[in-house]
Write a protein that binds this ligand. Structure first.
Ligand code: ZN
Length: 382
């Protein structure tokens, strides 16, 4: 077979076209992978709706949740990213975004190498007309060449794993990482109650990840009942709240809080992609809970806010309300330690304890004529 069939799209809104392209030669550190299964991701749908925030090199082949079998490989490609041997017949997956390993982010912030400044992904193999052109798993084959794109990462799948299940490795990875982000923030512990907003593929896989990572209870908010909420329950969600029957944010908040009980959920993970999910989900949390935003990564529908930037920038956004009793001695110790190191008198303007003095202190603060208006009822006592 000297040709390969691939599905291409001319641009946003266009339907798929099955094109026939030349089967490439396979040099030393390259491989041709026959695709067994490739998922349709919400990202693909966004791209096809024109929501991708940067220009894309249309026409190209979508599909990044791929699993396949190596059908041809060069002798220099001996092992996968984890050092496991690769051979013709090996089952493999490829992620869509492969950090370069050498840019500032990859070197200095490896935990955020997903924000690599020079990632290898789709567009790097394009334009489509120029071989190698087989990138994107909605195709009979994809092609990889580690000499051309050294950041390419191949991951071997277990021989006994079906390629269909293997194609879930990429989206499940996103869910596991989101929960590990909560762990790293001290916001997800064994037995915790987790609410998942969104019952699409990411929401369903987040149910699995949450259960396997130790969640005590898992509740899903989403729609429609069939097939999505039913699947979430089959995957182990204790309860589901339907957007079809709970049509307002407050109705959903009330329903979730009734299921969860107590003070609210320990952890809420947004997998929904709905612009309003964030403010709604926060109200499902107990005070002191943790919220992870992984569902919103384009500004589609959220032009009035930059909430999606929480996800896109992979940031940790923390609330902090006042303090606890254990924090106060820390501040007292600090003030004592640095008592001579800062010009405190420049900060604190003193006012006498009279009606006029108190009024003037308030006005001075309101007018920003001082930094810290300070009323001194008993001057000279200490
Ligand atoms: Zn990088």
């Amino acid at each position: 077979m000297s040709t390969v069939r691939v599905a291409t799209f001319a641009g946003p809104g266009a339907g798929p076209r099955i094109e026939t392209v030349r089967r490439p030669q396979v040099p030393d550190r390259a491989a041709l992978i026959q695709i067994g299964a490739c998922g349709v991701c919400g990202t693909d749908l966004h791209i096809l709706k024109g929501h991708w925030p940067r220009p894309l090199p249309w026409p190209f082949t979508l599909g990044h949740e791929l699993a396949g079998v190596i059908v041809e490989k060069g002798p220099g490609l001996e092992a996968d990213f984890m050092g496991r041997p690769l051979a013709v017949g090996s089952k493999v997956m490829l992620p869509p975004l492969m950090p370069c390993g050498v840019c500032y982010y990859c070197v200095h912030y490896p935990a955020h190498a997903n924000r690599c400044l020079n990632p290898t992904y789709y567009g790097r193999y394009l334009p489509f007309e120029k071989p190698p052109h087989l990138w994107g798993g909605w195709a009979e084959m994809v092609y990889v060449d580690l000499d051309m794109l050294p950041a390419t990462k191949i991951y071997r799948l277990p021989d006994r794993m079906s390629l269909r299940v293997g194609s879930l490795a990429e989206p499940l990875t996103s869910c596991i990482r989101a929960l590990n982000r909560a762990v790293s923030a001290g916001g997800f512990r064994t037995g915790d109650t987790v609410v998942i907003q969104g019952s699409g593929p990411i929401g369903a896989l987040a149910v699995v990840a949450a259960r396997e990572m130790g969640a005590g209870r898992v509740v899903v908010v989403g729609a429609p009942e069939q097939p999505r909420l039913a699947l979430c329950r089959a995957f182990g969600a204790e309860a589901t709240v339907s957007l079809e029957t709970h049509t307002t944010p407050q109705a959903r908040i009330d329903a979730v809080r009734q299921v969860v009980g107590g003070f609210g959920a320990d952890l809420v993970v947004d997998c929904s992609g709905h612009p309003s999910a964030g403010p709604e989900g926060i109200e499902m949390l107990r005070d002191g809970g943790t919220y992870v935003e992984m569902g919103q990564f384009t500004d589609a529908g959220a032009v009035e806010t930059n909430w999606h930037r929480i996800c896109v920038k992979d940031i940790t956004l923390l609330g902090s309300w006042a303090f606890t009793a254990n924090d106060i001695p820390v501040a007292i110790d600090l003030l004592d330690r640095v008592r001579d190191r800062y010009p405190w008198h420049l900060m604190q303007q003193q006012f006498p304890f009279t009606e006029a003095g108190v009024a003037e202190a308030i006005q001075c603060a309101l007018d920003m004529r001082c930094v810290k208006a300070t009323i001194v009822p008993s001057e000279g006592i200490g």
